[in-house]
Ligand binder design. Structure first.
Ligand code: FAD
Length: 271
């Protein structure tokens, strides 16, 4: 049974920021609801007020320009990402990760922003955003601030977003356009499932980055590598960065092993 809560669907940003400031800590934002409603249903979250972000003017769609980069908003769904030609042509790693997130039906509701604010270690969108050097633009009545995704995740289900704030835009810099990359996700079943391990590898302008999920308390970025580095160096960097646990899905050792397998495969596959 769902507990009782109030519901608001503001049409403007001002109204939404006002509600967040007024109900600080007692309100939760609702995007697709694919994480939030599960959490309310199982009692992990008990908001007094649920605020729908999807009706706010200017909060949907994806835009791309050389000056502003690729911008995703609170109502931008995973399927919006998959349908967007600019994403496919310029940021294929985003499409790769989006394609591996859940099923078509979930992707129709689930948003990119909900995925990163939920901050599960197995987030499928985080590896691409980390590799592409994306930043989060966070807003409240107090103003706006920008946080690179490399500093965004603070622990299991914890981010830098405060109770009176909304993650209003994800910006992928134009400088990352044209990056080559792939994502590999290990699951227990062939259909949709949360990841046992996920590895994204990106190459651009001689640099190489890894974004790894399900292998530490947060999704992680492995930076500072070069395309010309040998595979031993890259594998060692990945191994040094991860700190997986063993759980119902697999052992710690299997996660370590599969990160290494994926890094080696991706290194060869991303040309
Ligand atoms: C069956 C199923 C399968 C799934 N499979 C996967 C999978 O394979 N990979 C994966 O990564 N995830 C998976 N998920 C998790 C989930 O679908 C994703 O994390 C999804 O992207 C969450 O987006 P949402 O829009 O539904 O978020 P919501 O549930 O609406 O919100 C998630 C959290 O973010 C907060 N929030 C939402 N928008 C904002 C905002 N703009 N600013 C600040 N806070 C905000 C909410 O208050 C809530 O705490 C699955 C979930 C289900 C139910």
């Amino acid at each position: 049974m769902l507990q009782r809560f109030q519901y608001a669907a503001p049409a403007t940003r001002d109204e939404l920021l006002g509600l967040l400031a007024e109900r600080k800590g007692r309100a939760r934002l609702l995007a697709g609801g694919t994480d939030l409603l599960v959490n309310i249903r199982n009692g992990a979250m008990k908001p007094e007020l649920v605020i729908n972000v999807k009706k706010v003017q200017g909060y949907s769609g994806i835009t791309w320009s050389r000056s502003e980069g690729l911008v995703m908003r609170p109502a931008t769904t995973i399927n919006d990402v998959l349908r967007d030609k600019n994403v496919r042509d310029l940021f294929p790693l985003l499409s790769e990760c989006a394609h591996d997130l859940a099923s078509y039906q979930i992707r129709n509701r689930a948003t990119v922003i909900g995925n990163v604010v939920n901050a599960s270690p197995c987030s499928d969108m985080a590896p691409a955003l980390l590799c592409l050097g994306a930043k989060a633009v966070i807003a409240s009545k107090r103003g706006e601030r920008e946080v690179p995704f490399a500093e965004f995740f603070k622990g299991v289900k914890k981010t830098v977003v405060q109770d009176d704030e909304i993650l209003e835009r994800i910006v992928v810099p134009a400088a990352s356009s044209g990056a080559r990359g792939l994502y590999r996700k290990l699951k227990r079943i062939n259909g949709h499932d949360l990841g046992i391990v996920g590895v994204a590898l990106m190459k651009k302008d001689g640099l190489l980055r890894l974004g790894i999920s399900s292998s530490a308390p947060t999704p992680i970025l492995v930076d500072g590598l070069k395309e010309r580095d040998d595979i031993e160096t890259i594998v060692a960097a990945a191994r040094g960065a991860i700190s997986p646990i063993g759980d119902v899905r697999c052992s710690k050792e299997y996660r370590e092993y599969m990160v290494e397998v994926f890094v080696k495969r991706l290194f060869a596959e991303v040309k």
